[in-house]
Write a protein that binds this ligand. Structure first.
Ligand code: NAP
Length: 283
């Protein structure tokens, strides 16, 4: 049976350090680290994520600036808010909760955030930095995935890592981070042929598909580290992208859903924000 990678416990220990850093910032610079959280519309999942992020800020000593805009808001109004937050000396990080209502141009809105205040690491400058191996703000979920893998004591270097999913927020950056750790990385997606033959060769398997229990037990290599990014709501419950019961009989380590990747995503957001605050003062 696989050992469960406890994302909540790992988060709690990392958040202790983040809280200490946030406190140090406050005592050195006379104000709290600040994170602006922009939510647009009433997507129920976004409501939950935003609430969790704001609570996490409070517990870590980071001040949150909450901006709730109506579903019908115009693009100019959103851009004007981002400009204001970019210029606000108390705001160190800005996050715009995705997905956005369809009439808004996500690329344009994310590109308006100053790269140095891009707490989610989605800005093209940070994405480019990740690609080129330059210092940059790393996207939260992929950064959390690397921490979860490392917490098992698994050496990433030289391992076969397979990422299912190529989204800009999870799959692609996760593959880049695994590559930076010297894994041999394969990225799979909806057009991949004979997926199981690839995943069965994965020492590290990351599932970011968005389909409930998509990864079956027979797709997992014995002894693998399995990271389940999926958050799929069905019958009032949360399901991962991995069939946990079957996969945990094959894997050496596996993340649960909930309690695996989710808490680490929020933790990395706090880390990015506190680091951005110090960087801004030290530049
Ligand atoms: P996404 O943008 O919908 O991307 C899904 C990816 O899965 C796509 O690249 C898609 O391939 C691929 N895919 C779909 N069907 C497939 C199939 N049959 N075989 C192989 N690949 C397939 O989703 P996302 O934003 O990356 O999120 C993925 C999951 O992670 C979702 O459940 C989401 O809720 C969850 N998530 C969790 C967190 C967290 O903090 N825990 C954060 C972000 C996302 P194509 O590119 O070919 O379409």
């Amino acid at each position: 049976m696989a050992e469960i990678i406890d994302g909540k416990a790992l988060s709690a220990s990392i958040r202790e350090n983040i809280a200490a850093e946030a406190k140090r910032f406050e005592s050195e610079y006379g104000r709290k680290v600040g994170l602006a959280v922009v939510k647009i519309g009433n997507n129920p999942a976004s409501e939950v994520y935003v609430r969790n992020k704001i609570i996490a800020c409070e517990k870590t000593g980071v001040r949150s600036f909450s901006h709730d805009l109506p579903e019908s808001v115009g693009e100019d109004e959103v851009l004007a808010l981002i400009d204001e937050l970019n210029g606000n000396g108390e705001v160190d990080g800005i996050l715009v909760q995705l997905p956005l209502p369809k009439h808004l141009n996500e690329k344009k809105i994310l590109a308006r955030i100053l790269p140095q205040k891009d707490a989610d690491g989605f800005h093209v400058v940070n994405a480019g930095g990740l690609m080129l191996g330059l210092p940059c703000t790393k996207p939260c979920t992929p950064a959390g995935i690397i921490e979860l893998i490392k917490s098992t004591g698994t050496e990433i270097e030289g391992k076969n890592a397979v990422v299912i999913g190529r989204s800009n927020i999870v799959g692609k950056p996760c593959a880049m981070l695994l590559l930076a750790e010297n894994a041999t990385v394969t990225i799979c997606h909806s057009r991949t042929r004979d997926l199981g033959s690839i995943t069965r060769n994965a020492d590290i398997l990351v599932a970011a598909v968005g389909i409930k229990e998509f990864v079956k037990g027979d797709m997992v290599k014995p002894g693998a580290v399995v990271i389940d990014v999926g958050m799929n709501r069905a019958d009032g419950k949360l399901y991962g992208d991995v069939d946990f019961a079957a996969a945990s009989k094959k894997a050496a380590y596996i993340t649960p859903v909930p309690g695996g990747v989710g808490p680490m995503t929020v933790t990395m957001l706090l880390k990015n924000t506190v680091e951005a605050a110090f960087r801004c003062k030290e530049d």
